[in-house]
Ligand binder design. Structure first.
Ligand code: FMN
Length: 173
């Protein structure tokens, strides 16, 4: 199975700690995992629809990876969806992603117990990620359980090594 990881982090190569570590691990598996730093590719937000559609065509699983920003993804992912998931390619008279898998990988500053009905944010991560799940359903892709890394400020380097190994398993399983 080939996995395409599209990373939407505005500062992947400088300010990021968690996603940069995950991406470093994914890049060690270049035979099955392709990683693209989307903010580096499109700093002006002019997403190349044809190029991105070719990347998706070649993959079995599409992974959207991002730091959780304001209960969603950084803005370029929304731009990517609007530019790439076009009518009569992703939905309508053609379904280019039918039979493919879609998965979200996201990292949150807040700990896991704050993403519960009783917790500070009142909603679960599954609820907050439901626009992505609904998008996958609409384009006839199979939704794969998200891989969420929570409470990132408390993670030691040893924690991160273990999580990075789990992440590679999760995005290739
Ligand atoms: C603009 C912005 C918005 C954020 N919004 C959230 C949020 O809604 N929920 C949350 O748990 N963390 C939030 N965070 C924290 C980030 O998710 C956290 O810093 C990131 O996942 C760490 O990953 P990195 O080391 O790869 O940057 C936000 C951070 C920024 C800069």
């Amino acid at each position: 199975m080939s996995t395409l990881v599209l990373v939407f982090h505005p500062h992947l190569e400088d300010a990021s700690r968690i996603n940069r570590r995950l991406v470093e691990e994914a890049r060690r598996h270049a035979e099955t995992i392709t990683v693209v730093d989307e903010y580096a590719a499109y700093p002006d937000f002019h997403v190349d629809k044809d190029h991105e559609q070719q990347l998706v065509d070649a993959a079995d699983r599409l992974v959207f990876e991002f730091p959780f920003y304001w209960y969603s993804a950084p803005a370029l992912l929304k731009q990517w969806e609007d530019a790439v998931l076009t009518s009569d390619w992703a939905y309508g008279n053609a379904h280019a992603l039918a039979g493919k898998e879609i998965q979200v990988v996201t990292t949150t500053g807040s700990p896991a117990d704050t993403y519960t009905p009783e917790g500070r944010h009142h909603h679960t991560m599954d609820e907050l990620l439901s626009p992505f799940e609904t998008m996958a359903d609409h384009i006839q892709a199979t939704w794969v359980k998200p891989f969420v890394v929570s409470g990132v400020a408390d993670l030691t380097d040893a924690d991160l090594d273990r999580i990075a190994a789990d992440y590679v398993k999760a995005i290739t399983a």
